[in-house]
Design a protein around this ligand. Structure first.
Ligand code: GLN
Length: 487
């Protein structure tokens, strides 16, 4: 009965007295347990309902939180063995704000270990499966957060997004993923991965719910020095604004069908065909949509630039995971031996590979050539897009070149599709631009997302445009109706 409902639908049922928040929690809790074995959304499912009512729109509404947000007294693992028994003694600002607003925590969700990676397969408690097809990935790193919303367990969840970690799984899961402007939401208490790229982001089933949650989370926090002064805006208030004349661009080098005609990649071609159909509908609605051409080399550079910067920052940020302050203690007779043992046993292969890369990039003799050059290229990309945002309100692109991959599918990392279509979402992190993904098509019975990215601090405009486009897609409020359960 309450499965798959949006925040506003649940709000109405609560306000009408048709249901209590305890009942809503009970239903979400049942769903969480029911789907856990098959989909593995959660590291921890909370079985005790704690409701603190407020007059906010999410008061009494269940939600899920990625397991890289600190929660006092509740296990917080980052889905890593190195933190498998870590119980924080303080709350992340986001968690504090949601508690204050009356949100009811249903569980802590599985991520790719320490939020690195994008497959949902590297968490220490096992792989997360895609609710639309169990044989496929949901993507990551906010894998469990996306799966719990796509299964209809909770109407919203919180994730983190450093390169695409909310917006890519949103695309694979047929839901909405919104990463606001850098600094809009405090990251205090969220495990740092790459601080210059890290954002708190939301997963919901429609754009309006994304605005509702962002309105609650935004605001300056002295505990996160990059947080912005409150802009005083309520994003839900401007969702209905007229979009006539709003200007969108897409990038020829990424979405020109002719470029891929002979590739034999039928999935990609179908995504692009449907993308261009959607653009026509946007034009009919009153948007101005134009094609722009950008130096392809700049886009080919996104992935290596992202890897250089994120691995370097991650290596430095995670140097505190020594097996001494937090997590299981390593064995050995000296501090070095204890750390060596804890880190050897505590990290999976992907994390070790990234720390080796990061250490290499940060070595004195490599800093100029690798780290600082990557920072320069990042600047060039951001400058180019910022220049376009002077003329346009947003950039519109498919969030991915295809549907969620199967577990054994490997990315062809040097292909145009990978370098261009699978990595452009990192532009949003490079520039701190607000960026949203919402479902716009189905290909081979799997959802595909469209992404809209706008200028810094134009979150209201991005959400407003996305809500209008949501009307055109016909895929608002969808979720995977699997399982034989109705609660
Ligand atoms: N998939 C990207 C990575 O591998 C992004 C991760 C993220 O946004 N946290 O790092």
């Amino acid at each position: 009965m309450y499965r798959g409902k949006s925040i506003l639908e649940l709000r109405e049922s609560l306000d009408n007295g048709n249901v209590t928040s305890e009942e809503l929690f009970g239903s979400a809790n049942k769903l969480a347990h029911y789907f856990q074995e098959d989909y593995n959304s959660f590291v921890t499912i909370i079985d005790k309902c704690k409701v603190k009512r407020s007059n906010s729109l999410i008061s009494g509404i269940p939600y899920a939180l990625k397991d890289n947000f600190s929660t006092t007294g509740i296990l917080t693992t980052g889905s890593s063995n190195i933190l498998k028994d870590y119980v924080p003694v303080y709350d992340a600002t986001v968690y504090k704000k949601l508690k204050r607003a009356g949100g009811v925590l249903v569980g802590k969700t599985v991520l790719d270990e320490l939020a690195m990676g994008g497959t949902g397969t590297t968490g220490h408690t096992g792989i997360v499966r895609n609710p639309w097809d169990k044989e496929r990935q949901i993507g990551g790193s906010s894998a469990g957060s996306a799966a719990s919303v796509a299964l209809g367990i909770v109407p919203f969840s919180i994730g983190s997004d450093t390169g695409d970690s909310v917006r890519k799984p949103a695309s694979f899961g047929g839901i909405v993923g919104f990463k606001p402007t850098y600094g809009l939401i405090s990251r205090y208490g969220m495990f740092a991965f790459a601080s210059s790229l890290d954002h708190v982001a939301t997963l919901t089933r429609n754009v309006r719910d994304a605005a509702i949650v962002t309105d609650i989370l935004k605001g300056q926090d002295p505990k996160d020095m990059v947080t912005l002064k409150d802009d005083g805006k309520k994003y839900v208030d401007t969702l209905d604004n007229d979009i006539k004349g709003r200007k969108l661009f897409y990038i020829k080098e990424i979405c020109d069908l002719d470029l891929y005609k002979d590739s034999g990649d039928s999935e990609l071609i179908e995504v692009l065909e449907k993308f261009h159909e959607l653009l026509d509908k946007c034009r009919e609605m009153g948007f101005v949509v134009e094609e722009v051409s950008v130096d392809k080399d700049l886009f080919n550079a996104i992935y290596p630039t992202y890897m250089c910067i994120s691995c370097a920052e991650a290596t430095s940020n995670n140097a505190n995971l020594t097996g001494i302050q937090f997590g299981p203690r390593g064995e050995g007779n000296s501090i070095e031996e204890i750390m060596f043992d804890a880190r050897t046993k505590g990290f999976s292969e992907l994390i070790k590979r990234r720390f080796i890369l990061g250490s290499y990039i940060l070595q004195k003799e490599n800093q100029e050539k690798l780290f600082l050059n990557a920072c320069r290229v990042r600047h060039m990309i951001v400058d180019k897009i910022t220049e376009l945002f002077k003329e346009y309100d947003g950039m519109i692109l498919p969030a991915s070149g295809g549907i969620a991959p199967k577990f054994d599918e490997k990315d062809e990392k040097l292909s145009d599709r990978y370098l261009l279509l699978e990595n452009h979402l990192a532009i949003g992190n490079f520039g701190g631009f607000p960026s949203i993904t919402l479902p716009f098509a189905f290909v081979s019975d799997m959802p595909v997302g469209i992404n809209i990215t706008g200028g810094v601090k134009c979150d209201d405009i991005v959400l407003n445009m996305a809500e209008r486009i949501e009307e055109l897609t016909g895929y608002k409020d969808i979720y995977a109706k699997v399982g034989d359960i109705d609660v």
